[in-house]
Design a binder for this molecule. Sequence first.
Ligand SMILES: [Zn+2]
Length: 277
Amino acid sequence: MTAGVSRRSLLLTLGGVGLLAGCGDDHADWHAAGELPGDSRPGDEASPDVSDSATPLVVPPANPPTAGVCPAPQGVVQKQGGPQYVLPCHGTDIALTVDDGPDPRYTPKMLALLAQYGIRATFCMIGRSAAAHPDLVKRVLDGGHHIANHTFSHPLNIAKLSASAVRAEMAKATDAITKASGNGYRPTLFRSPGGAWSPTVLGQCGAEGLRALDWTVDPRDWSRPGVQHIVTTILTKTHPGSIILEHDGGGNREQTLTALGVVLPRLRDAGYTFAQP
Ligand SMILES: [Zn+2]
């Protein structure tokens, strides 16, 4: 555990140059705290670090998976020239994506929660963390989940990197995940840190044989906005085809796990099925 924390601190220190140079927002505070700022896009609603109070959780009903009520026009899963951001919107399918792991503190808890409800997710892993925790990579695959490439070092604005630097981030992460898997597994999806896309990033996805993957439902769980906020956001914004963004690494993810313990059975009982993007 101690070694893992030290490794992560080092990783963040090395990655901080781009962050401090490129961002004037709250990301710098998260960096100073030794955490990742998660994958929400700049400009998304922020309400960081609201402590959970003793107020009872109010759990709204999940939107039922009504045909035709979709986050995108029928059949459109990709913005023109951009990443996939919804599933084909013709049934009850939604997708759960879990970013920034693997993390020895939270990935095992996430796996236990998903197993409890029989849900398969897509873990968007940081290559450096996969290399540090190959046992967790194997456990994720043994659980029937998919793994997406989420870069090797989680650069804070990959859209500003050169093509060769982007390609190196992707190739090193694929190599790390494949090696850790022990069975030749190769990711086919790429989740860009912070949802930062550029023609260069999208072009390198193609060169590396990766499909670009975005999302539609983002409760900003990484900012610890409170369990209530995470629960309400997911249950009220999820429709057939939604891709939900959560995190199992990059900082304290207890709120995420508590919220998913409420949300996952609600979505399942409402009739949703969990699919891979
Ligand atoms: Zn991330």
